[in-house]
Design a protein around this ligand. Structure first.
Ligand code: FES
Length: 74
């Protein structure tokens, strides 16, 4: 059976990254991406906005299933 989640209150997604900023936005030129780039969606990477694999620990510890978005050239 699917795991049931009970949300008791609204909580931030970002625990610690660039909290002084009103909104964390990163923009990249596609031409600057060499082969491919993996961008973090779990907000746990020490190399944010790039994925450093920290989603694996996060998923193990929480039961979550998040991972990066990978951008690549054809
Ligand atoms: Fe966040 Fe990989 S470290 S998605």
């Amino acid at each position: 059976a699917a795991k049931q989640w009970v949300i008791k209150k609204k909580a931030p997604i970002n625990p610690s990254i660039r909290k002084a900023e009103a909104k964390v936005v990163d923009a990249f030129d596609i031409e600057d991406i060499q082969d491919k780039a993996a961008f973090c969606r779990c907000w746990r990477s020490k190399k944010f906005p790039y994925c450093d694999g920290s989603h694996g620990t996060h998923n193990t510890e929480t039961g979550d299933n998040v991972g990066p978005v990978v951008v690549k050239h054809k």
